[in-house]
Design a protein around this ligand. Structure first.
Ligand SMILES: Nc1nc2c(ncn2[C@@H]2O[C@H](COP(=O)(O)OP(=O)(O)OP(=O)(O)O)[C@@H](O)[C@H]2O)c(=O)[nH]1
Ligand SMILES: [Mg+2]
Length: 396
């Protein structure tokens, strides 16, 4: 499946940059591409300059609202991000239209961090403009949720997250939820390594897209996961997980047919990788709440038997009993068995619900603070009434 990627704001741009790097690598090593173009949109010129692999021209790094922000960002006010996107959205449409391979894209992927100002405000607005202009391509969004410490220290973080999530859900055909906090819970060394996190976000997604685009027969699976499967699976709130198991080679001379021992070792490897994928979901949620799911098994061809595929299918339907399950196998090289799981059409996502439910308190607190602030300022102005003015005075 081929996609056109648009990253908004710093986070969106950086994750889009990671997608672009993966695409360059796939082109170099495998002569295949799944991304037709990658565009970054920002109000902050320094953020655009810090990207490493996205093409440098004004059609790939698009600055919006520079007159209003002086090219320095919107400082977390996502309403301003939305307003500027509405005004300058045509720049993105022009860039998409002039992209050479755009007609090959099966869908759009919009990316943003929900907690900032530019990406959070502009991404849903740009996605909406693009949706109206290119009606026949599905719109997917990948949204990055903030770290816990960001939520705790600043109410604006939660405000931006809730408003962005609501707007994105109303525009996108599917919303991939990625929780930054999950990455540092698994590996604290990632705290200061955003580039590594971004690659971990993009890589499994890229694998799922790539499996159906392979051209060499040795990389084409028995059950190819193509654009149709992915589009049919995706809808509404969606999470993605990734797991792997090392392959221990059994190279006994008489191992010419699949004996019981090998089969069970192979199955255990598969189930282990699937367990890891489920416990590594991009946002904590219950697989039972998914009504549409897919998994991609990738390993060297000789490590993937029909029995393994069958066992994984049965296991997946135990984990997500209400879901229609699609799958694919992807014969790839390497010394690992990898499984990527997508759980879609989730009907319960407590993290999103928590954001929404905390809004009344946030708005009330904000209004109270605003009133307090206004009344204190008024007291100061009143007190200043007895102080002579330096402007337009009579000079005596
Ligand atoms: N995973 C990941 N998260 C990021 C990255 N950069 C920022 N974030 C997260 O994104 C949120 C902040 O959004 P940014 O994208 O920096 O903000 P912006 O859209 O540029 O908006 P303004 O700077 O306010 O104009 C926070 O929750 C950060 O933790 C990144 O490269 N990767
Ligand atoms: Mg920024």
């Amino acid at each position: 499946m081929k996609i056109s990627v648009v990253g908004c704001g710093q986070c969106g741009g950086k994750v889009a940059d990671a997608f672009n790097q993966l695409n360059n690598e796939a082109l170099f090593y495998r002569r295949l591409e799944v991304i037709t173009d990658v565009i970054a949109v920002n109000t902050d010129v320094a953020d655009l300059d810090s990207l490493t692999s996205i093409k440098k021209d004004a059609g790939h790094r698009i600055l919006i609202g520079s007159r209003k922000t002086g090219s320095h960002g919107v400082g977390k006010i996502n309403e301003v991000g939305a307003e500027l996107a509405l005004r300058d959205g045509d720049k993105v449409i022009d860039a998409i239209r002039s992209s050479k391979h755009f007609h090959e894209a099966d869908a759009f992927l919009f990316i943003a961090g929900v907690a900032g100002g530019t990406g959070s405000g502009s991404m849903p607005v740009i996605a909406d403009i693009v949706k109206k202009r290119f009606k026949n391509k599905p719109i997917y969004a990948l949204v990055v949720l903030p770290f816990e410490h960001e939520e705790k220290t600043d109410a604006r973080t939660v405000y931006n997250s809730a408003t962005c999530l609501k707007a994105t859900d109303s525009v996108a055909d599917a919303v991939f939820l990625v929780d930054n906090q999950r990455f540092i819970e698994k590996d604290s060394s990632l705290v200061n390594n955003m580039a590594a996190i971004n690659r971990m976000i993009a890589a499994p997604f890229y694998d799922v897209l790539r499996a159906g685009e392979e051209k060499k027969s040795k990389h084409i699976g028995v059950r190819l996961l193509d654009a149709g499967d992915i589009i049919q699976t995706l809808g509404g709130w969606t999470v993605l997980g990734y797991g792997k198991s090392p392959l221990q080679r059994i190279s006994l001379p008489f191992d010419w047919r699949r004996g019981y021992r090998k089969t069970s070792a192979e199955t255990n490897r598969g189930l282990h990788a699937m367990d890891e994928a489920i416990s590594n979901l991009s946002l904590q949620c219950s697989p039972e709440d998914s009504t549409s799911a897919l998994y991609l098994l990738s390993a060297p061809a000789k490590e993937m038997s029909m029995n393994l595929v069958k066992e994984l299918g049965e296991y997946m339907s135990e984990i997500a009993p209400k879901a229609i399950i699609r799958y694919g196998d992807y014969p790839s090289g390497g010394s690992e068995l990898k499984i990527t799981v997508v759980l879609s059409r989730l009907n319960r996502v407590s993290k999103v619900k928590d954001y929404y439910e905390s809004m009344p308190d946030i708005v009330r607190d904000h209004q109270t603070r605003q009133r307090e602030n206004d009344s204190r300022l008024k007291e100061l102005v009143n007190a200043s009434a007895v102080v002579p003015s330096l402007f337009g005075g009579n000079g005596d």
